[in-house]
Design a protein around this ligand. Structure first.
Ligand code: NAP
Length: 248
């Protein structure tokens, strides 16, 4: 028996990186996958086909996570197509790194909208069918940076810290309905988002990481699988660090 047999998972931002790894991992474990992206049409199409290869239903939706009306439409479309939303992974996110003196109001708003408002937008939608079903697992991608802070990443860190407060609050609001809400706080993971860090030499970052390497998207997907499945049935309101030991 697979861990997510016949569950329906909605994953935001799965055309690349961590979201893509989560979609593949969940499909391998028998989940039907609805996923979103912003602009990578070809990658989304290719992933749709790859996921279908696992014998599950898979559908890509071009939907801006920061747009409330789009989230409302997305949840309605997924319910129509799949008939349920058992698992929601709020993964879509961006970074616009800059020292505060140079950080423009537009950059601040862009990050807050894509990273934090997005989590409010979709959680508010998916909790409705989950409350009816009296079951659900919501997983929000925070970051080690939201826990510790990082120079040059004040907007990103604030958005990721906001996700932690949101996660803990909603876990308390809807725990009585058997809906679990948890966050993952990855450290540095090898994706397009962290590609630029390697330009100056990855080794200098390894000094700060007890495991002395960046994480792989699949390693974050394994944590998401645990939180999505019944393996974590008594876990809610938690922030699970997957950071190679950076946060000890
Ligand atoms: P990534 O490689 O840059 O991929 C981002 C994904 O999100 C893409 O699929 C992108 O779609 C999508 N996306 C971006 N803005 C969106 C929007 N407004 N609406 C819908 N989709 C949107 O990022 P990643 O490294 O995999 O990160 C995934 C999540 O993990 C993010 O929340 C990030 O903050 C968090 N995280 C990452 C790391 C890390 O080291 N990589 C560490 C801690 C936390 P398109 O392809 O269409 O642009």
């Amino acid at each position: 028996m697979k861990l997510l047999e016949n569950k329906v998972a909605l994953i935001t931002g799965a055309s690349r990186g961590i979201g893509e790894a989560i979609a593949v991992k969940f499909a391998e474990q028998g989940a039907h996958i609805a996923f979103t992206y912003l602009s990578s049409d070809e990658r989304a199409k290719a992933l749709e086909e790859r996921l279908a290869g696992f014998g599950v239903k898979a559908r890509a939706y071009k939907s801006d996570a920061g747009d409330y009306a789009a989230a409302e439409q997305l949840a309605a479309d997924v319910m129509k197509e799949f008939g349920a939303i058992d698992i929601c992974v709020n993964n879509a996110g961006i970074s616009r790194d800059n020292l505060l003196l140079r950080l423009t109001p537009e950059q601040w708003d862009e990050v807050m909208q894509a990273n934090l408002k997005s989590v409010y937008n979709l959680t508010r939608q998916v909790m409705k069918p989950m409350m009816k079903a009296r079951a659900g697992s919501i997983i929000n991608l925070s970051s080690i940076v939201g826990v510790k802070g990082n120079p040059g990443q004040s907007s990103y860190a604030a958005s990721k810290a906001g996700i932690i407060g949101f996660t803990k609050s909603i876990a308390q609001e809807i725990g009585s309905r058997n809906i679990r809400v948890n966050a993952i706080a990855p450290g540095f993971v090898e994706t397009d988002m962290t590609h630029y860090l390697k330009d100056g030499g990855a080794e200098k970052w390894f000094e700060k990481i007890p495991l002395q390497r960046f994480g792989k998207p699949e390693e974050i997907a394994n944590v998401a699988l645990f939180l999505a499945s019944d393996m974590s049935s008594y876990v809610t309101g938690q922030v699970l660090s997957a950071c190679g030991g950076m946060n000890t």
